[in-house]
Structures are given as C-alpha cells and as structure tokens.
Design a protein around this ligand. Structure first.
Ligand SMILES: Cc1cc2nc3c(=O)[nH]c(=O)nc-3n(C[C@H](O)[C@H](O)[C@H](O)COP(=O)(O)OP(=O)(O)OC[C@H]3O[C@@H](n4cnc5c(N)ncnc54)[C@H](O)[C@@H]3O)c2cc1C
Length: 508
C-alpha cells in the first residue's frame, strides 16, 4: 500500500520521501483523495493514521498548528509501527446510534487506540434511518440538564450528571462541526435541517471513517467471555462464523437486543426485566371512540392502577377509534410502564379535558355564564373552547334536552357537565401501538454502571451505552440524546489509561 501511495506522488511537484510521511503531512481533507490518488473505496484509515487539527491548535503531535477545520495530518505507519503505537484495542458491539458515537469519541480522543465496530446486520444505523418518520428526531431542544433529566422515567438521576458533561447543546454543536445542522420545531423536537435521517447517517459514517474507526458489518457476536492471564485481562468475542477476537475494552451498545442482555449477564450483570414503554391506551367506550379524530391541547390525565401511586400528566391528547393517544398519553405510558405491565394494562383513567379547571371552578363559570346569557341554549351555547361535537356529547350525558336554555338548566345537570369535563372516568383495557418511536424500558441495572465513565462496576474493561441500559425517555428526541450522551462518555473513557487495574477485581 505504501508503494501505491508513493507511486501516485509523481503527480505532485515534489514527491515526498518516506521519512517525511512518517513525520506526517498536512493536507486539506477535501483534497485528500485527489492529492494522494487513493483508490476509490479504499479507507484511508486502513493505512494512514489521521491526526486532526484541533481547536486548541495542538494536535497530539509535536507540530503546533493554527486551527483549520478541514486540515488533517496524515502519518504513514507500516504495520509494525502501527502495532507498537496501539496501546489497546477497543471493540464496539452494535453499530447503532450509541455504538457509532462511542466509537467516534474514542478514536477521535485517543490516537493509540484501535477501534472496531461489530454490527450484526448489513445495515448499521438502521434505527436512525427509520426514526422520526425518516426525519430523525435527533434530540430535544432543552439545554437545562435538570429539566431534561425529568424526561426520563428511568435513568433520570443517573443521567443528570452525564448531561452536565454532554447535553443537547453539545449534540447540536457536535453535528454542526461535522456539517449537519439541526433545527428545532415548536414542540422542542430537533431534526436535521434537511429533514432527512440520511444526513445524520452520512455524518456519523464519515466521522467514523475520518477518525479511523473500522466498521465490520454482518459480524454478529454470539458470545463474550473475560480472559484473565498474568499479563493482561481482556474480553474475548466469538462471532457467528466461529472467529474469536480479544479486546482490552468492549462497549456493549446492542440496543434492546436480547443477545446484548445475555452478554451483559455472561459478564456478571443483572438485567432489569424489559417491558414496553411509549404506547397508547385502548379504551372500549363507544361514547369516546365515536369522537375519534378530535384533539385537545391541554388535558390532565390521572392513572389509577390498583395498589399503586397515582400518576399524572398534562398535555395534548388525541381521541382515536381505539381509545386515546397523543403526547400526554405517551408520556403517562412511559412513567406508568411498569405498573401498567403488572396490571396487564387494566387501569382507570381520570380525564380532565380542560386542565386549568376543576369541578368547582367550572361550576362557578357556568353560574356566571347563566347570569349573563340566560336565554342561550345549553347544547349550542358552550362557553368553553371545545369542539362542538364533543360539547354536545357531554351535555347529552347530563340528560339536558336539546332546547333547554341556560336559565332552565338545573344545578344537578350543571354539576354533571362539570364533572364529566374535569373528572371523566374511563377504563383502560389494553395497550395500543405507537409505531413512531417504540422503546422498551428495562436493561442493564444502572446501579452496576459507573456513570462517570460508563464502565461496568462488575467487569472492568466493559462499558455500556444506549438502550441496553435500563434508561428510557419520553418521546421527542430524548432516547437518542441518552444514546449520544452515554456513547460519548463511554468513548472518551475507554481510551483512557486504566483508572483501576484490570487484575484488581476478580471475575464475578
Ligand atoms: C421506529 C422507531 C423510531 C424511533 N424514533 C426515534 C426518534 O425519532 N427519536 C428518538 O430519540 N428515539 C427514537 N427511537 C428510539 C431510538 O431509535 C433508540 O433509542 C436508539 O436507536 C437506541 O440506540 P442504540 O444504539 O442503543 O440501539 P440500536 O439503535 O438498536 O442499535 C443497536 C445495534 O446493535 C446491533 N446488534 C444487536 N445485537 C448484536 C450482536 N449480537 N452482534 C452485533 N451487533 C448487534 C443491532 O443490529 C443494532 O444495529 C425510535 C425507535 C424506533 C423503533
């Protein structure tokens, strides 16, 4: 390969001697392939070490340089030199959002680390591609770690510290630095300005290649085990074709794949049982489902599951032909995921369709309205900003005839209308599907992971990131943010010299 590069140099005014290559050559990234005549398809990282110009002006080399965004330094190393430079080898199992982010962070931060992603399928970053309806809702526009952490029914305490190190503001800057600009929508969801998840996939793949990360697809890991000998401790991966490879550090980023949980268990971890999160509520009530299609901007929902504490959420709700959906329902399903699973998705739901009122405040409004508009017909004269079809249903529930005016509306009828509007009771009989962003809660027990590094407290050298952890967020970009944050921290830590010696802790 060296000959190939050197041979191609005769096109440049002065061919560079090998010693020069070994010291390194600064070139503009965009001219890389032309300058070096690197065959299309070949990965520069296979034979060149790429050292980026850094913001501080000093790359990890002795040469001090001004920061030029696309200036990179190429250092040729023969395989012997390369081996002697690599201080440890890192394997990332899983080529999803968390795996890519972890691998890139590790390779960019630490030169002497060889990072390989092993992806079981032929299509890395598959979920990034289908997420957000093909637009990829990459994060949430919330730059306060304390507020952001509240969007995680499981993992909020652990993520708080992590978000102080890498939060959505950093995600936005990370992608912008690499050419993928993000935008925020009114509800806080953030997408690439192109509205295409391919932009994010492209950005991650290019960043990985530039950082020298090797990606092996179709490389399904089937088992993992820790190997301790006198010299060093490593983790051995076995692949479906029987190949075995040993690594100094391993990042488990297998999402919600059962195999990933099995690997964590093999290395001594406890798995919190997985149950679905983010789903809609099935309610078999013709009164409700006949109103399908109506939406309400601010509904307060209270979930009553037998023997469990009441859970409450307020937000937009949509009536569907099978029950209720919308952001408030999804949020409540996430916070109530475990108790609803335990009750087999049977529970009572109190619905306040106008969340800024309760029965008494609404009754007071009705009385005042009656004073002012005694001749108005109740059925057609609503004082509330509610869909007409819905108001008519509520009024008919209180047995108020079509022609009754406000002055003839009884106290009991008014009270019933107020109660139906603020304390409507429905029976949840099952869980519906929310295909946009399906996540499970459950996974690696968070108590067994050190969130300062994302390293296992049980098996040193093993790291975790993404959905494999018992973390899940509400809808709106929270789940990807947790993958970016945990991946970034794991990546930065994996390349560091040992904080504890491998051999210090016995195999569990
Ligand atoms: C339809 C859909 C839409 C979504 N939309 C959004 C959204 O808009 N915003 C948001 O925040 N979240 C969204 N999510 C959730 C989000 O996709 C996940 O939280 C996120 O992908 C988790 O990233 P991860 O890297 O941990 O796992 P994954 O993305 O699942 O990646 C894990 C990878 O590991 C590989 N793997 C598993 N086992 C092995 C093995 N044994 N060997 C080798 N490789 C293996 C898998 O093939 C996979 O590529 C959506 C989810 C779905 C299903």
């Amino acid at each position: 390969m060296l000959r190939e590069i050197m041979a191609s140099q005769h096109h440049t005014p002065s061919p560079l001697p090998l010693s020069h290559w070994e010291r390194g050559v600064w070139v503009r990234e965009r001219n890389l392939r032309d300058n070096l005549r690197i065959p299309a398809g070949a990965q520069t990282s296979e034979f060149l070490r790429i050292v980026r110009s850094t913001a501080s002006g000093a790359s990890s080399t002795t040469t001090r340089r001004r920061f030029v965004p696309d200036l990179i330094r190429l250092v040729f190393m023969n395989s012997r030199q390369r081996r002697s430079q690599v201080s440890f080898r890192v394997a990332v199992i899983g080529g999803g959002a968390a795996g890519y982010f972890g691998a890139i962070a590790c390779a960019e931060q630490h030169e002497n680390v060889e990072v390989t992603i092993f992806e079981g399928t032929r299509q890395p970053l598959y979920k990034v591609g289908i997420s957000g309806g093909g637009r990829c809702n990459i994060t949430h526009h919330c730059f306060e770690p304390e507020v952001l952490a509240k969007g995680y029914p499981r993992g909020s305490r652990e993520l708080l510290g992590a978000f102080r190190r890498f939060q959505p503001r950093d995600t936005v800057a990370w992608f912008a630095r690499r050419g993928a600009t993000l935008k925020a929508e009114e509800d806080g969801r953030m997408f690439p300005v192109t509205d295409l998840s391919a932009t994010i996939i492209d950005c991650l793949q290019k960043s990985a290649a530039n950082a020298g990360v090797v990606v092996r697809t179709g490389a399904r890991v089937v088992s993992v085990r820790r190997i301790d000998d006198m010299a060093r401790s490593q983790i051995e991966l076995e692949f479906k074709d029987g190949e075995r490879l040993r690594f100094d550090r391993v990042l488990l980023a297998t999402g919600s794949s059962p195999q990933g949980y099995k690997f964590a268990e093999m290395l001594g971890h406890k798995i919190v049982p997985c149950v679905p999160s983010l789903f809609t509520f099935s309610i078999k009530d013709p009164w409700l489902t006949q109103l399908s299609g109506l939406s309400f901007p601010a509904v307060r929902l209270t979930l009553l599951t037998e023997g469990k504490k009441r859970l409450e959420q307020t937000g937009p709700v949509l009536v569907t032909h099978w029950g209720l959906s919308g952001p408030a329902v999804l949020k409540l399903s996430a916070f109530g995921a475990r108790q609803l699973f335990a009750s087999r998705y049977q529970a009572d739901l109190l619905v306040n369709w106008i969340s800024d009122h309760d029965v008494n405040s609404l009754l007071a409004e009705f009385h005042a309205y009656r004073e002012q508009h005694p001749k108005r017909v109740v059925m057609t004269g609503s004082l509330l900003p509610l869909p007409r079809r819905f108001w008519e249903r509520i009024v008919s529930l209180a047995d108020v005839d079509k022609s009754v005016t406000w002055s003839h509306c009884t106290r009991a009828a008014m009270k019933q209308i107020a109660t139906e509007l603020t304390e409507g009771r429905f029976r949840i009989v099952g869980k519906g599907e929310f295909k946009d962003e399906f996540v499970t809660c459950g996974g690696v027990d968070l108590r067994e992971v050190d969130f300062r590094t994302m390293e296992s407290r049980i098996c040193p050298g093993l790291f975790f990131a993404g959905e494999i952890l018992d973390i899940d967020g509400i809808t709106g970009g929270y789940n990807f943010q947790s993958a970016w944050t945990t991946g970034w921290i794991a990546g930065r830590s994996m390349g560091m010299e040992r904080m504890r010696k491998f051999c210090d802790s016995p195999v569990q």
